[in-house]
Structures are given as C-alpha cells and as structure tokens.
Design a protein around this ligand. Sequence first.
Ligand code: AGP
Length: 611
Amino acid sequence: MCGIVGYLGYRDAYPVIIKGLKRLEYRGYDSAGIALIQDKVEVHKSIGRVQDLEQSISDKDKSGNIGIGHTRWATHGSPTNDNAHPHVSNSGLITLVHNGIIENYASIKTHLEVYGYKFYSDTDTEVLVNLIEYVYKTAKVSLEEAVRIALKKIVGAYGIVVISNEEPDRMIVARNGSPLVVGLGDKEFFVASDATPIVEYTDNIVYLNDRQMAIIGDEEFTLKTIENEVVLPEIKKIDLDIEKIEKGGYDHFMLKEIFEQVSSIHDTLRGRVAIDGKEITLGGISSVIPQFVKAKRILIIGCGTSWHAGLVGEYMFEEFARIPVEVEYASEFRYRNPVINDDDIVLAISQSGETADTLAAIKMAKEKGATVLGICNVVGSSIPRETDSGVYTHAGPEIGVASTKAFTAQVTVLAMMSLLVGFKKGTLSSELYQELIVDLQSLPEKVKAILDKEEQIKELAKEYKDVSNAIYLGRGYQYPVALEGALKLKEISYIHAEGYPAAEMKHGPIALIDENMPVFFIATQDVYYEKVVSNIREVAARKGHVIALVTEGDNLVSEIAERVIEIPSIHESLAPLLTVIPWQLISYHIAVMRGCNVDMPRNLAKSVTVE
Ligand code: AGP
C-alpha cells in the first residue's frame, strides 16, 4: 500500500509529482522520494512525510520534465533513507518505484550477488531494479524488453514505474496485483496508484490490468500484456472533481466524510430505489439474481470495517431472504481451505477494492466454482475487476484511513440486496418490502438529524477523552455496530476498546467494569430492548459509566445511564446506519482532543494491499 506518481510531458515534473504524492499519503507515509531526469537521473529521498522530502531538497535542482515519485508504507525493511524509493540499480542505469511484494526476491538477490551486485537496502524493490539492469546489460535489449523479461522471472505483486539514463525520454509502467492508472493528457502522461493525483490535469484514464505494461514516450502511449501483445486501451472518464478530494472546509477528511453520509447514502440509493418507491433494482447483479434466489448459502468476506458491514448483512439476508450466511475474515478464509460449493454466493466487501487478503479470497472462491460478487467503492479497482459482478457503493473518495461513509454505504447496498432477493424469493412480504423501501428513502434526513447533534456529541466526547479503555455493547443488528464503534475509537485515538454482544458481559468481560470504565450501549427500540436495559443496569450497579444510544422519546434509559443520545426511529434492520454515526463522531472528537493524527493514524494505511 504505497503511493506512486509519474509524469512525462512538457511541464516541470517536480510540482506535479510532489502534489500527487501528497494526495496519496493515505496509502502510506513512512518515507518519500522522487527521481527526475536531468543530465542523468537525480534521486532524492527522505524518511517521514512528503513535506519532509520537500524541505530536504528545497535548495536542490528540481528541473526535468520526466520523473517518478513514491510515498511508502514499510513492508520489507523499516522506514529508512536506504529503504525509501525510488531505488537505483548498481550502475545508476535504471531507477524505479514499486508498490507490492516480490515473493522470490531472496533467491534472485543471491543470484545477482554472484554476478557482483551489491545491495544497500532491505527491500525487495532493490532486487528488482538490479535484475532489470542485469537483463538490460547482458541481453542488450531495450528498457521495455528488459523490464518484460525481468517481470517474468519474479513471483508476486507489483505496480512499478521504470526510467533509465540510457532511454531518458521513456517510461515503462507495469502492474500485477497493485493498482496503477495512466492519465492521458495532451502530449503529456501521468501515472499514479489511483486517479486523485491526475484528476486536475485530465479526465482520460486507463486502468492497467494485471500482467499489463504501458510504454510511454515520443508522445505515445502503448498498452501491452507482459507477453508483448498489444492491447487496445479502454479509456475511462473520471468524474472525481478536485474539491471532492480536498477537505472541503472540514479540519480532517474523516469529519468531512462523516458529514458526507447524508449525500453518500443518497447517492448509493439513487437510481436503485424506484421514484415511486415500489421496487429496488441493482443492475450490477441483475444477471445473478436467479442464482441468489436459489443459493443455499451466502459467504460474506472482508476485513476490518468491511467485515463489520458483512455482519450486518448476515442479519439482513437471514431475516429477509432466509438464506444461511457465514461472515468470514478474508485473511482466515483464504488459507483454511474452506468448503465452497458451486451454488454458494460469495460476497466480497471492500472500500478500496485493493485489499490483498480479500482479493486473494475472491480468487480462491472463483477457483472453487462459486459465484463471486463484490461491493466496492473504488470504480475500476482490482476487486470489481476480479468478481463476476457486483454493486458499487458510490460513496465517493474516502481519504480518511478510518472508514466511515464507506461502511454506511456498504450496509445500504446490503440492505437493498437482501430486500431485493427476499422479495424475489417470496420470503419478504410485499407490505414489509414497501415499508422498508420507505425507511431506506428516509435515511438521508435521519442521518442529518443525528449529524445536527454534533455539538452535543462533542461535549460528551470531552468527558471521556482521557479514558484508557472502553467497551461497546449491542445486540442483534447492533452487535456489529458495537464492534465498529470499538474499532473506530481504537484506530484513531489509540484507546483500547472492545465490542461485544451485550449478553456476553456476564461471560467474563463484566469483570472489567469499575468506575474507570465507560460502556457505550446501543439501546434502541427493538426486540432486544428490555434485555439491553437490564444489561445497562448490571453495568451501572458496578459503577461503570454508561453512555447509551436510544430511540427518540425513550424516557427509561436516561434514568439509568450517565449520558444518552437520541436516534430517530427506523426499522431495526436499518438502525445500524444511524447508530454508527454517534460512535464515529465520538471517536473523531476524542482523537482530535488527544492530538492524534485522525486522517493518518500511526501504523495504519488506507489500503492494505499486502498480506
Ligand atoms: C477501518 O476503519 C480500517 N480502515 C480498516 O479496518 C479497513 O476497513 C480494512 O482494511 C478493509 O479495507 P477495505 O474495505 O478497503 O477492503
């Protein structure tokens, strides 16, 4: 999960690359580097953020119309200057940036050392750049051919951009498993890990597929497979506008994205819930509805927040479509040789569409004959291109590392899917189908009603910003929201937090309750309400601090709980889309008050494209 930017054209490459790398820092920010072609390739690197790189070379010559840049999230080797990209081959002939992991780098390194190559970093990337040089020199082939031959010798994932002193007007791009897009301007070309560094210059982009190479130079762009077959590029128009990417007046991307949930849920529903509110249509999966209807099992796979969304989906599909559902961590699923039947539906959930574990799980499920669908947010990313079909969440770019609007968009898609399949199957009555569609359409305004309580929620956050631990409790549909609330708090404020089904407290965790423990309950009106209230009493009796989400008009819980936040009434299956929001806001404000880097929390990256 590193960020790559390349430029070749008539502009100064430096400002294009630096600005682009800043847009990609959500992919990793341990170290950064840039290489510019001047008389020869000049490389500059720095540990830390892109701004640290900028400062370190403020007095250096930064001319050149061709260059490549990289912002890193360490996988092989710790964040040091030597390990920072770009990497240069021993003779200085070849320079490249790389995102991914080369599995067989050690054996290649040993081979190259026999031929006198020296290595100064702990990275797999340095092995690749020297392998390309070795092929270039011994086979006496073009840079393109040297890259092609070298890539055929490696095993693993890569997104690379390669330049050379001997072909200074050329740039070779290649991808297998790590995303790369090429922006096609007017006599200028852009390469990046996603479209955000490109969008202000051109809206014509080409997504590279696995085992594809792009050769850029002489004002030409040629797309080929790694087997040297020319491919007709599919030029897509990106509709990302730059302000969507900027913070839009908010202090952090995360807060902007929490507040965007009014529009992102609306955009996710748009065109899928008929204007007359009579039915749901999901074009992306229309061809597989018959398989869905007769499926004997649904396997939902994902990681982190996407896995939590899958848990909500489990309750939805089992309630409305009466199809057994298993929700699996992708990282476990891909290695445990699971039983997958060819009439299973596998549903992969991923915001980035690039999560390595989820992608690998999908490939395995496909090999075992299952129908694999995706729920993704990034158009054209790897997972949607790997699945048989799927539904995009239309949440717009989610830059904050902590996932917020992607979660509610994923749950919104799961709701539409489960209602549609249940209705087609006849397990969901027409009356309840209509009632739920009306509730779906009421979501944006109800989300806004909760967001309007931000000041109250911020005041509440102040009271708990210095705690060391926290527990989140919910039952039924709200149990996944308890897990999600705990994940939000721990990943951005670094406070230890755990989520449980509320009834689980008596099986151990209640031993943790004392006057130092805040317990965040969801006690909205549903079939579990009375049980949750008694769980609240158990915690309050042991001096735990109870903060509870309740349905508007609840007069009981406020007598027991320390703090209460009211939530608009909605069908219990859709309540997670509302109850998650106060937990997002509380985590955000506590993290800000604790001085944490909310958008780029320590040790984390937005897209985990390595194992
Ligand atoms: C959630 O806030 C985290 N950023 C993380 O758990 C994330 O949900 C997980 O890495 C999965 O990412 P994906 O949805 O892009 O596949």
